[in-house]
Design a protein around this ligand. Structure first.
Ligand code: F3S
Ligand code: F3S
Length: 105
């Protein structure tokens, strides 16, 4: 799976969602989250993020390692909806994003 990391927090540029062929990038309160089971590893989202927030799971920078778990944790209650656009924005976040102070870009 691909993973969205800290640079997305409080920015949510959303260029990535236009590229995803399976609509598996979901909107949380302060960042977007990639569904680890729905992502097909196509890599289309990664180059379009203006702040380089998206990484293949094996390439997530060490300081953002917790975001791999965060992208999975976000869906603990949601399960696998099979498409982000029909779900819309979900007003919640998981750690570590939930506890970050406001980020400026
Ligand atoms: Fe976030 Fe980058 Fe997508 S800022 S919403 S991961 S384009
Ligand atoms: Fe979607 Fe491909 Fe990224 S399936 S989340 S655009 S790697």
């Amino acid at each position: 799976t691909y993973v969205i990391a800290e640079p997305c927090v409080d920015l949510l540029d959303k260029a990535c969602i236009e590229e995803c062929p399976v609509d598996c990038i979901y909107e949380g309160g302060r960042m977007m989250y990639i569904h680890p089971d729905e992502c097909v590893d196509c890599g289309a989202c990664e180059p379009v993020c203006p702040v380089e927030a998206i990484y293949y799971e094996d390439d997530v920078p060490e300081q953002w390692a917790a975001y791999t778990k965060a992208n999975a944790d976000f869906f603990a209650e949601l399960g696998s909806p099979g498409g982000a656009s029909k779900v819309g924005k979900i007003e919640k976040d998981v750690e570590p994003a939930a506890s970050l102070p406001p980020q400026s870009h």
